[in-house]
Design a protein around this ligand. Structure first.
Ligand SMILES: Nc1ncnc2c1ncn2[C@@H]1O[C@H](COP(=O)(O)OP(=O)(O)OP(=O)(O)O)[C@@H](O)[C@H]1O
Length: 486
């Protein structure tokens, strides 16, 4: 649909694009990426015909652009560039009507019924109908952008060329505009070529991306190209870390500024405060800790500062435990967006706290344990809703610096230690009478100060993993023994 072969172009003697090849398929959403000055706009202008080609070819729908008349091109291609040139006092509707010009017939070039239908449709689509009679110059930059997109769509093009279409838009309108273009791409098999600066937005919408570097493609590929952090560092000269979007299989990039707050090590053992009463346990740190947890609140991997375990009645009706925890925390002045929230029917005075130092790494753990809902995870029987007191809640705090992998390792080590405690105490699944491996609603958090040298492993083959194992084992065993004695 768009074929670029051995393209060379630029400004007079200043060649910017050199020997560039690109093939964009019909119905594809292609995004051109690259740092300032890499040649994106120059390539865009070569494709739109605003700049003359020095050598090479550009074919649109199989036809060389040099052999296309202006009208022929306007029937196939619509352009939305950054520069807004509207010099007359047109209304919004009049501007959009200009998009129908290539399709109008006869000398008088009047709008037909079909033209009017298309104009109304694109106005509805871009949500600009309500200012159809307003002067174009009277609307905001973002609204102008939507009107110009409506004009481009009114052309009913096969190819849509966009130079930073979301430049003046806020987040809501950026996503609204790209959703709309995406919908049009899918419904009308529209081919989209877009320059975007925001790599994360590009990752969410593009089928393929091209990374332009000094007038040449460093790589053209699907959005997973953006997972290559080293390549992005070469091009953009910034440190990036690629992560996956939480709900979509798409990469998202996180930048680390060269500037960082002067932190300095904080004295771990003096930087927290524990509040414990019949209602709740609240561990508060002076600084956020990197935390992995399956808590009702604060789940996944996050930087968090408050760690809470709330007591509930054993008949507690947990329709919306998240909302309950948020409101309880609000009452206590705890910011729930920075907290892990757990619940237990175990009496909180039976909490066990233990600490340990392993090869200079300090750690401490808080465990509340009930085993009424003990489960053998390998058995077939599925436990119904828990009716008795029986949850093991574990909060483990470590003064160390773990990679994300080590964080997962640490989580495994703590879990393995809990299972060993259950086995050594011969806790059984009441349904199968086999040894239990957990209770049906256990919660665990492992929180790290992220101070000192980075550790990549924290499994059973490491000193820190063993330390976690021994500490969690001792504390869990003691907490279960207290519960069993009741
Ligand atoms: N009108 C011009 N005359 C001469 N050189 C130009 C002209 N416009 C751009 N250039 C040069 O061409 C090179 C590429 O510019 P271009 O605008 O294509 O980059 P870009 O990737 O679009 O950058 P940005 O992200 O900043 O918009 C730059 O070195 C620029 O100085």
């Amino acid at each position: 649909m768009i074929e670029v072969c051995s393209l060379v172009g630029g400004y007079g003697n200043n060649t910017i694009i050199s020997d560039l090849h690109l093939n964009i398929k019909k119905g594809e959403f292609f995004t051109l990426l690259g740092p300032n000055g890499s040649g994106k706009t120059t390539l865009f202008k070569l494709i739109t015909g605003q700049l003359p080609i020095e050598s090479g070819d550009i074919l649109l729908s199989g036809i060389p652009i040099l052999s296309m008349s202006k009208l022929e091109k306007a029937k196939k291609v619509a352009v939305l560039s950054q520069e807004i040139h509207v010099s007359f006092d047109y209304t919004v509707e009049e501007i959009i009507s200009l998009g129908r010009y290539p399709h109008q017939k006869g000398l008088l070039k009047q709008l037909s019924k079909r033209d009017r239908d298309v104009i109304n449709e694109v106005m509805e689509l871009t949500q600009v109908s309500h200012y159809r009679k307003t002067q174009f110059r009277m609307i905001s930059g973002g609204e102008k952008q939507r009107v110009l997109l409506a004009k481009a769509l009114a052309q009913e093009p096969e190819i849509l060329l966009l130079d930073e279409p979301t430049n003046h838009l806020d987040i809501k309108h950026t996503f609204q505009m790209l959703d709309l273009i995406k919908k049009r791409q899918k419904e009308k098999d529209l081919t989209v070529f877009a320059i975007l600066h925001d790599l994360n937005v590009a990752s969410l919408y593009a089928d393929r991306v091209g990374l332009l570097h000094e007038g040449k493609f460093l790589e053209v590929g699907d959005v997973n190209t953006l997972r290559k952090a080293d390549q992005l560092k070469t091009v953009y000269e910034v440190e990036v870390k690629t992560q996956s979007h939480p709900t979509l299989p798409k990469p998202q990039l996180l930048m680390t500024p060269n500037y960082s707050e002067p932190t300095g090590d904080f004295p771990f053992s003096e930087s927290y405060n524990i509040k414990q009463n019949d209602q709740y346990i609240h561990v508060q740190f002076e600084k956020p800790l990197k935390t992995i947890s399956n808590g009702v609140l604060g789940e996944g991997i996050q930087w968090l500062q408050h760690f809470c375990n709330f007591h509930v009645d054993k008949n507690y009706n947990c329709d919306d435990p998240k909302a309950d925890l948020q409101s309880w925390m609000k009452n206590k002045g705890i910011p729930s967006e920075l907290a892990v929230g757990m619940m237990t029917a175990v009496k909180l005075k039976d909490m066990v706290m233990m600490s340990k130092e392993t090869e200079g790494i300090s750690m401490f753990v808080l465990v509340t344990a009930g085993v009424g809902n003990a489960v053998d995870i390998t058995s077939n029987s599925l436990t119904k809703k828990a009716r008795t007191i029986g949850t093991i809640n574990t909060m483990l705090f470590i003064d160390a610096h773990f990679t994300d992998g080590a964080l997962v390792n640490g989580y495994m080590s703590a879990t393995e230690a809990k299972v060993k405690a259950l086995h050594d105490l011969q806790v059984k699944d009441p349904h199968t009478h086999t040894l239990a491996t957990s209770t049906s609603t256990d919660a665990l958090l492992v929180a790290l100060s992220q101070q000192g040298l980075q550790t990549a492993y924290a499994g059973s083959g490491t000193v820190v993993g063993k330390g976690i194992g021994q500490l969690v084992y001792e504390a869990t065993k003691k907490a279960i023994e207290m519960n069993l004695r009741k």
